[in-house]
Design a protein around this ligand. Structure first.
Ligand SMILES: Cc1cc2nc3c(=O)[nH]c(=O)nc-3n(C[C@H](O)[C@H](O)[C@H](O)COP(=O)(O)O)c2cc1C
Length: 338
């Protein structure tokens, strides 16, 4: 018997798919979503996901093994589609019998979805448009995450509320759709579940959990920040399309503009191709995020955070955050059904 019957009923398909008690994913966050946070989320009944954006196959191998040692609950692995060693990383997941692989960062390259399915794992995909979502779900995607521009990290141009209205009515009956971006409280979860989502994904709310290894200075910056402090990066050169990143405003916001001008200059002098230029930008982010999360350099590092940072005010165990979200959702659903 669950303590949250109305919410659990609406999450049933999502929770069955994930194999977790609650259909609440903690979205992968590079440097943050490692063994400690991932296992804490899964042990608390949510679904933790290892972030592999900055890992090579050996590191992923060690991280999966270490996470397994800390939890016997299901968890997933998030792979970035443009990672140069994507197929090797998929093979590592296969060797460990990982059950859920999240493919983030773009259209999955040829053969990647098939490779994941070959060892029986489920594939979770992201899609910025409804047409692409339908295509990915037809060609092997088992579940979809729609993520609005309120989110922390790399973002698209459309808000979560509009994406939910665009995608859920036509997909929710036949497909599993999780909603992400800007979710800070359970009332919002209740709303998306009522619209047809089978679950949700949160990042910012979990980044400062007690079990998160993020540096105390990184966490303090989150506790102090308001929604307006989490700003999207600006593209400075029309020829260099960069995916915007939402982070707390600091010196690194300016440094990113300078980095773009530097890479655009390299494009000009034909020192680099476009693909290499974009990879340099992605490496920049990985390095900048590490400086903030691991080293605690909150001035020059990147403090990736979503607008829901407004709802992050103190350090709390992952289990308390999840229980709070479930209780808020349940109360909201209770009110609506009278
Ligand atoms: C610090 C930080 C790092 C992130 N890193 C990644 C990442 O490496 N890969 C990814 O797919 N998403 C990444 N995200 C996005 C989260 O997985 C999640 O989808 C997002 O945080 C959800 O929106 P919210 O921040 O409004 O809760 C990151 C988010 C944050 C806040």
């Amino acid at each position: 018997m669950t303590a949250y019957p109305k919410t659990s009923a609406l999450m049933r398909r999502g929770a069955e798919f994930l194999g977790s008690e609650y259909a609440i994913l903690c979205g992968a966050m590079s440097w943050v979503s490692e063994r400690n946070l991932v296992s804490a989320i899964s042990n608390a009944g949510g679904f933790g996901v290892i972030a592999c954006g900055a890992m090579n196959p050996d590191l992923l191998d060690a991280e999966i093994a270490a996470t397994r040692a800390l939890t016997d609950k299901p968890f997933g692995v998030n792979l970035i589609t443009m990672h140069p060693q994507l197929m090797e990383l998929i093979a590592v997941c296969g060797r460990h019998g990982v059950r859920h692989v999240v493919l983030a960062g773009g259209i999955p390259p040829k053969g990647s979805v098939e490779a994941i399915k070959s060892f029986g794992a489920k594939v979770i995909v992201f899609a910025p448009t409804l047409a692409l979502a339908k295509k990915l779900l037809r060609s092997g995607g088992d579940a979809l995450v729609i993520e609005g521009m309120e989110a922390g990290g790399h973002i698209g141009p459309v808000s979560t509320s509009v994406l939910a209205q665009e995608f859920l009515p036509s997909l929710s009956e036949d497909h599993l759709v999780f909603v992400a971006g800007g979710i800070g409280r359970g009332e919002a979860i209740a709303g998306y579940l009522e619209m047809g989502a089978v679950g949700v994904q949160l990042g910012t709310r979990f980044a400062c959990a007690t079990e998160s290894i993020a540096h105390p200075a990184f966490k303090k910056a989150f506790f102090r920040a308001g929604a307006r402090d989490a700003v999207a990066s600006v593209q400075v050169d029309a020829r260099l399309p960069v995916i915007p990143v939402r982070a707390l405003r600091n010196k690194s916001t300016e440094a990113f503009s300078a980095k773009q001008r530097e890479v655009a200059g390299l494009l000009d002098s034909e020192g680099v191709e476009m693909a290499e230029a974009q990879l340099q930008i992605e490496h920049y982010w990985a390095g900048a995020l590490r400086r903030a999360v691991i080293d605690g350099d909150v001035e020059n590092g990147s403090l990736m955070a979503g607008q829901s940072v407004a709802m992050v005010t103190q350090e709390e165990p992952a289990a308390d955050i999840i229980a709070g979200l479930m209780a808020q959702s349940e109360a909201a659903l209770g009110k609506r059904s009278g």
